[in-house]
Design a protein around this ligand. Sequence first.
Ligand code: PMP
Length: 309
Amino acid sequence: MNQKDEKSKIWFNGDFINWWDAKIHVMSHVVHYGSCFFEGIRCYKTPKGPAILRLEDHIKRLFDSARIYHAEIPYSIDEIVSVCKEIVKVNNMESAYIRPIALRGYNTLGVDPLKCPFDLYVATLDWGRYLGEEALEQGVDVCVSSWNRFRPNTLPSLAKAGGNYINSQLIKMEAMRKGYSEGIALDANGYISEGSGENIFIVRNGKIYTPTAYGSSILPGLTRDMAIEIAKLLDYEVVETSIQREVLYVADEVFFTGTAAEITPVRSVDNLKVGVGKRGPVTEKIQKYFFDLIDLKVEDKFGWLDFVK
Ligand code: PMP
């Protein structure tokens, strides 16, 4: 958080409140049990003003996350879409990272969350490149994590729930402690799952592979979805399948996708160079199309951008 963030407003249950007034009690359910659902959404500066990427789809995912945990957000998807646009205007931002978060608040401390109020906040942050400015071109060094993603029927990976990120924290901390930028977690069966906050793609012999949306313990990312659509548009074959770990070591290219990470090349895995050890041509083409779309240099034929004004 920076000083600009701290002067901004946060939307809370229908009102815009000051940053420092968006507080919860330490005995709130969410603090103890991770009972919250959130989104990370990017609003980009474009030649036609700020535009939010995949806004409605992010809000739909927020509602899905809540639904998986028997929580009802007392607004419509359209209302929250409008709130996200409104907060960018209220905070006078040209670009922003938007963070809607619905959480279980203060009432009882039993594990049952249903008696606790369910509050919705939408905040904005002034955020740069997640894995560093250089990473988009140079790529990042990553490792395979010793931590797995959750086994199916333990924690639902389709829900972007706060509690899930305790697993992400283990993956991220281990990677950083060993000197890598990020870790790739395997699923409970030993197949590749995802990074701590990114989906993963592998290019080998001209084909693009990515773990399955509903069978690899991943959060099916919206950037993942865009990378798949862009790749198909560029005439690449995209295969969604279970992928063994060693494919990472013989890949021609590997890249991450995520709202925060955008499309970031991976240049080494476990100290083994990926391809020639820098961003590969397929990654570059997909990345270029992605950023050209945001810069309005190519037509947004998918309707992914939602202009704030
Ligand atoms: N997996 C995890 C665990 C994440 O936290 C994220 C970031 N939301 C992603 C994948 C990528 O999702 P998206 O492209 O929708 O940001």
